[in-house]
Structures are given as C-alpha cells and as structure tokens.
Design a protein around this ligand. Structure first.
Ligand SMILES: Nc1nc2c(ncn2[C@@H]2O[C@H](COP(=O)(O)OP(=O)(O)O)[C@@H](O)[C@H]2O)c(=O)[nH]1
Ligand SMILES: [Mg+2]
Ligand SMILES: [Zn+2]
Length: 318
C-alpha cells in the first residue's frame, strides 16, 4: 500500500470482543480501540455502562497501522440502535447488538425451538425502543401440518393488523423467501431471534453464496478462523444489507420505559385514559379499560400476556 490512511471514516462490519473489522471502500482492517474509547465503557464513577462501546453498523473514524490492522479513533453518532440488557448480569449494562439498522427482522420458528410469542413481543418492543421498523418471519413452516398452520396464521393476523409485515418461510419450500427478500431490498436490516430458529439458514436461502454455517452454537467465521463471530454484516445482491446475529437467549429489555409499557403495544392505544385510576397498571386494577378490551376480544390474550409478564417483571405492580 502506497500510503497509510489516517482519520478516515469507515464502517464496522464484523465485531467480536475486542476486535472490529472496519470497512473503507474495498479495504477491511482489523481494528482495536483507542484507549480513550475503551474508557467510554465506564461512567465517571467507574460503573460499567456498555458491554462493548462499538457495534456492527457503527460509522467510525479509524487510522491504519499496516496493511491489515488499524485502530478505531472515534464513533460517529448513531441513527438507531438495537440494544438489549446484557445477559447474566445484575448491573444495568447495555449491549448494543447493531447500530444504524433501519429494520429489525424478528424470526420465530413453528417448532424447534417452539413458537414463542413472548420472545417475539420482546423483539418488537426493542425495535420500537431503538426507533427501527420491524417485520416478522415465521420460519420452519414445513414442520407443521396444514390445520396447525391455519391456526398459527390466524394468530399472526394480530401482528399484520398492527402493521407488522409477516413472512412465512421454510428452507424446504421453494420461493418461500421471495417476499422476505423483497422486504430486505435497499435497507439495512438486523436479523434477530432465538438460537436455532433459522436466521443463518434464511440468509443462505436468500443469498446462497454467503455460505453461513448453520445448526451450530458457536459459529466460526467462513475463513475457518477459530473465533466466535458475534455479529456480521452482509450485502445482498438486491442492494439490501443484513446483520446476522447469534441466538439471543435472554431478551432483556433495554431503553424501554416500562412505567409506560402500554405505549409499546399499539392495540392498547385506543383504550388509554379510559381506566378508572390514572396510574392503572392494567394488571390487577379494577375498572380497567385494557382488561375489559381483552375480555371483549379487542386485544388479543397472547399479546396481553406478554404485557403482563413484562410489566410485572420490570416494575412492582400493586
Ligand atoms: N425443517 C426445517 N429446518 C430448518 C429450517 N430453517 C433452518 N432449519 C434448521 O434449523 C437449524 C438451525 O438453523 P440456523 O440457521 O443455524 O439457525 P440460527 O441459529 O437462527 O442461525 C439447522 O439445523 C437448520 O438446518 C426450515 O425452514 N425447516
Ligand atoms: Mg446463525
Ligand atoms: Zn387499566
């Protein structure tokens, strides 16, 4: 290389603990963080704030060290972020999974792992909290019988009515990925879901040359390096970009105002302000418009269950 880049703008396309691959035109540099950035992980009092200060999708200022290494100098302002509460810690630590994505693709499967509306609702709330649009993909359609499928699709109509696009897919059903593929066109999306729902398989079906490893817990990189890739960004030939994420087991809410959790459930909006008590939590309170709406069938019981679980897990309900 004839010259060494200093303080250029690049983008993080791959992240694993401590190392970030930063892309600048055709060049990809393995970067570490400048010491001043590492400090950003902690508050002034020394409390840890972030699992990692840099995420895939971040636009950064970097400097090159040699033909394959560099250092991240600065992180540019984020438009959006998909974050969760860092798993297994009692402290309040934010884990930014992807920065600057426009859309969240929340994947669930019919079986293996079983269909879980609680997890799905958590992903949708995190998308809302991070100011991204969300679409839903129900994968492994081939694992259910026709009559079961009809029942499942009826339940998913709730989500369609709420305005979420729902895509029904299976790696064993040709063309089932066509509609999802169009939904990814020209957008930067992040694909999330429990381990094993088929996220990597879906990306392979949409773009076979990605050759992502599937069916594994710890994923190795395609070049066979024995490192665990946490999150990786891919470009699709239709102009879309997708960040594949490893299975998110615990979807701890982050950036969500749980005092006002009802605002994250669009179907509750028409009933807000109609409860007897101003500070109604809509859980056990009497004369509650939300609970009445559930009884009348105006709010789906599955969605209400998600609300109650999240509300009681995050706040004390009287
Ligand atoms: N029957 C069936 N199996 C699938 C489908 N999609 C993925 N799988 C399988 O599910 C397992 C997990 O898939 P993978 O893509 O690694 O899931 P990820 O952890 O979400 O990335 C693999 O063994 C896949 O072959 C599907 O549509 N139908
Ligand atoms: Mg995967
Ligand atoms: Zn109420």
């Amino acid at each position: 290389m004839a010259f060494i880049l200093t303080h250029e703008q690049g983008r993080v396309i791959r992240a694993r603990t401590g190392f970030y691959d930063v892309q600048y035109e055709e060049l990809v540099l393995r970067c570490t963080l400048r010491g001043t950035l590492k400090k950003k992980r902690r508050s002034n009092t020394g409390r840890r704030l972030y699992a990692d200060p840099v995420a895939v999708g971040d636009n950064v200022i970097f400097s090159q060290l040699d033909h394959e290494e560099g250092v991240v100098e600065e992180i540019l302002q984020r438009q959006t972020k998909f974050s969760r509460q860092y798993a297994g810690k009692h402290e309040e630590i934010e884990q930014i999974i992807v920065a600057n994505a426009q859309q969240v693709v929340a994947v669930v499967s019919t079986h293996m792992p079983p269909l879980n509306f609680r997890t799905l609702d958590r992903f949708l709330i995190l998308a809302e909290a991070g100011e991204m649009e969300a679409i839903i993909c129900l994968n492994k359609l081939d694992l259910v019988k026709d009559d079961q499928l009809i029942e499942i699709k009826t339940t998913f109509e709730i989500y369609e009515k709420l305005g979420y696009g729902v895509h029904y897919t299976s790696i064993n059903i040709p063309h089932s990925f066509d509609s999802l593929k169009s939904a990814l066109k020209d957008k930067f999306s992040v694909i999330v879901g429990a381990s094993g729902v088929g996220k990597s398989s879906i990306l392979n079906a949409i773009q076979p040359n990605l050759e992502l490893r599937t069916g594994e817990v710890g994923e190795k990189t395609r070049k066979g390096r024995h490192t665990t890739t946490l999150v990786e960004l891919f470009t699709l030939d239709n102009g879309g970009e997708v960040a594949d994420t490893p299975g998110i087991r615990e979807v701890g809410l982050w950036g969500v105002d749980t005092e006002n959790l009802e605002f994250y459930f669009p179907e509750m909006e028409p009933f807000l302000g109609e409860c007897k008590y101003n500070d109604c939590a809509h859980v056990k309170d009497s004369d509650c418009a939300i609970q009445s709406a559930v009884e009348c069938g105006d709010i789906h019981p599955e969605r209400y269950r998600s609300y109650v679980i999240l509300k009681t897990e995050n706040t004390t309900v009287n």
